[in-house]
Design a protein. Structure first.
Length: 245
């Protein structure tokens, strides 16, 4: 196994970091790695905002509720971004661009571009012995995050990434069996595979070193989908010019 695969297969989210800010050079390398990810039609439809202002970090922590938003080596926020596409463009041309800027396809491409860049950043960080955790919880109040970051039209926060020197070493979290995520030629029913996975995951939750509980993956998903969450995101995206048609 080569060292890249080893790094990828060794991933676990890190939520506790030592009090060591990332060096400027490290941040530069991580952004360089992020930027080298493939990007739909060369659009590079994302921005990455690093938070160095303690007050802003505190405000973002308040939105997320997760301590690793406050305590980390560096906090990155990945945003979907088409704002720069409108630089130097006449009002008339901007009007012509609107159908594309506002459709679901382009929200998808920006989210994909942002996620690919982020995952490059994540793997680069992990390859340096750093730990990381994604932060979708910043969308608990997406409008507040927009305000904190002073985001213009056609820019929306997607998620954060906390990076730093790990202060914990959690177990790897089991993934779905390949039979549940990889099919050949057409979609395959895999209810039996999920049932077996639930047995495995309940053993994992009952025996792991911290936060032990009785749970299965399907129960977790039922809880997650039964309770409406972040129902304000659609309206927010429309306001920013995204996903309107
Ligand atoms: C887009 C995205 C958003 C996430 N948001 C959070 C978050 O807000 N807080 C958190 O502690 N973990 C967050 N996670 C981490 C997941 O909970 C974690 O990746 C998953 O449970 C699998 O665990 P592992 O990464 O340790 O293997 C997020 C992951 C992704 C991909």
């Amino acid at each position: 196994m080569n060292s890249t695969i080893e790094t990828i297969l060794n991933h676990r989210s890190i939520r506790s970091f030592e009090e060591k800010p990332l060096e400027k050079e490290t941040i530069h390398t991580l952004i360089e790695a992020a930027q080298q990810a493939s990007t739909s039609s060369y659009m590079m439809a994302y921005s990455i905002i690093g938070i160095t202002d303690r007050k802003k970090k505190e405000q973002l922590h308040e939105v997320s509720g997760h301590p690793h938003v406050l305590n980390n080596g560096h906090l990155f926020i990945i945003c979907a971004d088409y704002h720069r596409m409108t630089y130097g463009v006449s009002e008339e041309a901007k009007e012509d661009m609107k159908a594309n800027l506002e459709n679901s396809e382009h929200l998808m491409t920006a989210a994909i571009d942002g996620a690919l860049a982020a995952q490059n950043l994540a793997i680069a960080a992990e390859s340096m012995g750093l730990g990381m955790c994604y932060l979708g919880s910043l969308r608990n109040d997406i409008s507040k995050v927009d305000e904190i970051l002073n985001l213009p039209e056609y820019v929306s926060p997607l998620f954060g990434i906390a990076v730093g020197v790990p202060a914990e070493n959690p177990e790897k979290k089991p993934r779905l069996p390949q039979k549940a995520v990889y099919f050949e030629n057409e979609y395959q029913d895999h209810e039996e595979v999920i049932r077996a996975f639930n047995d495995k995951i309940s053993d994992y939750y009952a025996s792991r070193s911290s936060n032990r509980r009785t749970d299965t993956w399907s129960d977790q998903m039922l809880r997650r989908f039964r309770k409406p969450i972040r129902m304000d995101v659609t309206e927010y995206l429309h306001k920013k010019g995204f996903n309107k048609r």
